[in-house]
Design a protein around this ligand. Structure first.
Ligand code: FNR
Ligand code: 8K6
Length: 347
């Protein structure tokens, strides 16, 4: 019983999806040393073009947004040209593809961009080291000045324009999982006392400026956002975070985004300050197209859509294990199970 997943779905007048399944953004660390996607990436995404919407791996908007090795960028001409090959291959097979725009903020590491510091809302570091690179301890970030915040907004908008130039159907702003935008939205990372911190309105200001600058540059119908009201990755949750997300969602209701996407690894997680799951919290406060994610099978995802918990289903790890995920689910064929060793190869 997964028929509802295979209904076409119109995000808006401009973008029609062939089904309700999205490939979740999945960092693969396989770009070349200039952070350009390679032919392997072209083939990898094209193989999955029968997915309703492919959301690419997170892609950095500028060098100091990098927190992991060989993650692709969208700030140089070579990167734009590299991504153009990906979008052409996906479009040639009838697919739709959004680029995920990323800046790691305090989870960036100067090792990757030979810089002096990492920018974040406040001088609050994350404990630990870059995954699989134990010698790279996270740094105490430099609180971004107002001028640096304005520059970041401009750089997000330029990255979105570059994505459209590379042929993407739209962009998903990575506002989730403890990265830069999410750092402004949680009290754990944002201790500012200027107009970018202290109150829900102030904490949401920079993320909303980024959303609005991108909408202005490429149009709301090509702009989507991913958020994590429930902190679980690179972040601690606080009771007061709830009011920040209530404010943010109220503001987002006034904009016609292509969709809003939950940032989660496991949607069975309950957050006491949200009175339950992050998905149900967002559904309650946000009226428009919502994409759910996190530990779903086609069956449980289809059921959640039938119950109207969300409208679109994103699938992550099973897509790494099954390039033919859509065909297999449609025909009822059994899926190959994901395991972490599969991350070593891009197929
Ligand atoms: C992720 N996830 C993720 N999320 C994101 O917003 N941008 C990204 O680049 C990545 N990268 C990434 C890499 C790998 C290897 C994993 C496993 C996950 C999270 C992902 O989009 C998704 O939310 C989770 O994988 C949960 O969905 P599944 O896998 O349970 O269907
Ligand atoms: C967005 C960049 C991701 C970089 C690599 C991610 C690899 C993640 C695979 C492990 C998943 C960790 C999940 C943590 C969830 C904690 C739940 C309490």
């Amino acid at each position: 019983m997964t028929e509802n997943l295979f209904q076409p779905f119109a995000l808006n007048q401009a973008i029609k999806l062939q089904n309700r399944i999205a490939m979740a953004p999945l960092t693969r660390c396989m770009a070349d040393d200039e952070l350009v996607p390679t032919q392997l990436s072209v083939d990898y995404y094209a193989r999955r073009a029968d997915t309703g919407l492919i959301i690419t791996e997170a892609t950095i908007i500028r060098p100091d947004g990098q927190g992991y090795p060989n993650t692709p960028g969208i700030f140089s001409q070579a990167q734009i040209d590299g991504w153009k090959k990906v979008t052409e291959a996906v479009h040639a097979k009838g697919g739709t593809i959004f680029l995920q725009l990323w800046h790691c903020g305090r989870v960036s590491h100067p090792f990757f961009y030979k810089g002096e510091h990492v920018l974040a809302p406040s001088a609050e570091k994350v404990e630990g080291t870059v995954p699989r690179m134990r010698e790279l301890e996270y740094q105490v970030p430099k609180p971004a000045t107002k001028e640096e915040i304005a520059q970041l907004v401009a750089d997000y908008a330029t990255a979105a324009k570059n994505a459209i130039q590379a042929g993407f159907d739209g962009v998903e702003i990575h506002g989730a999982n403890g990265y830069l935008l999410d750092q402004f939205l949680h009290h754990d990372a944002n201790k500012r006392d200027d107009e970018f911190g202290g109150s829900p309105e102030n904490m949401a200001r920079f993320p909303l400026q980024v959303v609005d600058a991108i909408i202005e540059r490429i149009g709301a119908e090509r702009t989507a956002l991913r958020v994590s009201p429930g902190a679980y990755f690179n972040m601690q949750g606080h009771q007061e975070d709830r009011a920040v997300f209530e404010f943010l969602l109220k503001e987002l209701n006034k904009r016609d985004l292509a969709y809003l996407h939950l940032g989660l690894f496991d949607d069975s997680m309950q957050f006491d300050y949200l009175d339950g799951s992050a998905t149900d919290f967002v559904r309650k406060h946000y009226d428009k197209t919502l994409m759910g994610v996190g530990g779903y099978s086609a069956e449980t995802g289809s059921e959640a859509i039938a119950q109207e918990r969300f409208d679109l289903l994103a699938i992550g790890r099973p897509f790494i294990a099954n390039p033919d995920y859509i065909a297999k689910v449609k025909s009822g064929e059994s899926l190959t199970e994901y395991n972490e060793t599969m991350l070593a190869e891009l197929y």
